[in-house]
Design a protein around this ligand. Structure first.
Ligand code: SF4
Ligand code: SF4
Ligand code: SF4
Length: 371
């Protein structure tokens, strides 16, 4: 039976740390949402980091920021995470996928389980693989068109301020906490399929991966092979999860490469394969040790998040009292949208019932720290 390829400890440590952070965020957010929905004041504060799971909101906020210079005050952390993810993939090609993305870790673990169970991961024939890989670009193209073309700047702003957008993080949590049968079936197919076909979701369907892969093409730091040191053992190609012929490449510029460095881990010649800056592929002193490549990418991501925090763009401007009023009625038509056009109190016919702006918090009930 084949063994799964070796992974650098630093990368696994970062992946598991991020997975741990996400589990904690999910539990805290779940406690917070369910308490408000039940009409109770939660015992925990809302963790802004959950907005990292709102990539469309992040993309809309990015466009709004570019056009108006204003940072969306409702989900500022969504913009911070979106920019952080794009920036780290722009620096070290597509590195978010191999270091911080929890779905990437899950896909990797399922693929390794497949190797343990049946000895290898299936590779689809090229005539099927190529068109299927284009699906994620079609999906990303659709979202990019919706955000950048179909909506006017005014519509983007109206959407970001709509009741739907205000509650979209809670709706996202409910989607996964109370999945429909269809959701369970789709997730089941993806999970089981990923055991046999490595990175089934990431390789063929993830629109975020399509964006990060395209940005990664511009990255200065990429895995690079030194042909003078290479012994042509082809170990790198055998372990590459992106199915690239690494042993034939100079700089690995493929959209599919996630800078995972599994190829680097298996290469028997020190300095032959490494993450290098451009134009200096053969000067051994200028390659990054695997942990340095990871630290560079993750450091940039954390620096961007820190920048948003220290400049006061991290916590939402929505008051705890407003959440307390809106969350119990989250299944109302007010919190829906049709084709990117979100409902408003007026269009939902609720304008007379909607209270005027509440003060931040309710004296004696909601601590200000929850905001
Ligand atoms: S392709 Fe998508 S799901 Fe997969 S690791 Fe990258 S961002 Fe995450
Ligand atoms: S080329 Fe190397 S770094 Fe890129 S995906 Fe393949 S194994 Fe990972
Ligand atoms: S593992 Fe290293 S030595 Fe072997 S083919 Fe790949 S780059 Fe060359």
């Amino acid at each position: 039976m084949s063994r799964p390829p070796r992974v650098f400890v630093a990368r696994r440590l970062v992946q598991w740390s991020m997975a741990g952070v996400i589990v904690i965020l999910g539990i805290r957010f779940g406690l917070w949402v369910t308490a408000h929905m039940a009409g109770r004041w939660p015992s925990v504060g809302r963790p802004p980091g959950v907005e990292g799971f709102l990539p469309i909101d992040g993309m809309l906020a990015f466009r709004h920021w570019l056009l108006s210079g204003q940072i969306d005050p409702i989900h500022p952390a969504a913009l911070a995470v979106f920019l952080g993810i794009c920036a780290m993939s722009l620096l070290v090609a597509k590195s978010f996928c191999s270091t911080l993305c929890p779905v990437g870790l899950l896909s990797e673990l399922l693929g390794r389980l497949g190797i343990r169970l049946v000895g290898r991961n299936l590779r689809l024939p090229r005539w099927l693989d190529l068109p299927l890989r284009s699906l994620k670009f079609l999906l990303f193209g659709f979202f990019a068109w919706a955000v950048w073309v179909a909506m006017s700047p005014g519509q983007v702003q109206a959407f970001l301020e709509s009741p739907y957008a205000k509650m979209v993080d809670a709706k996202m949590w409910l989607f996964f906490a109370h999945p429909s049968r269809l959701t369970i079936a789709v997730l089941g197919v993806l999970v089981v399929g990923s055991i046999f076909i490595r990175d089934l979701w990431c390789r063929y369907l993830c629109p975020y991966g399509a964006l990060l892969g395209a940005l990664g093409r511009l990255a200065p730091f990429k895995v690079t092979r030194d042909p003078e040191l290479c012994t042509d053992c082809r170990g790198c190609t055998a372990v590459c999860p992106a199915q690239l012929k690494v042993h034939e490449m100079g700089r690995v510029a493929s959209i599919e490469c996630t800078s995972c460095q599994d190829c680097v881990a298996v290469c028997p010649v020190e300095g032959c394969l490494a993450i290098r800056p451009p134009l200096v592929p053969r000067r051994k002193r200028l390659w990054l040790r695997p942990a340095m490549g990871i630290a560079l990418a993750v450091g940039l991501y954390l620096a961007i998040l820190l920048g948003f925090r220290v400049t006061g763009h991290w916590n939402t401007s929505i008051s705890e009292a407003e959440y307390h009023r809106r969350l119990p009625e989250i299944y109302s038509p007010l919190y829906t949208h049709v084709g990117g056009m979100a409902m408003t109190e007026e269009s939902a016919g609720l304008v007379s019932q909607a209270p005027k702006d509440e003060p931040t918090g309710v004296p004696g009930r909601a601590p200000a720290s929850m905001k």
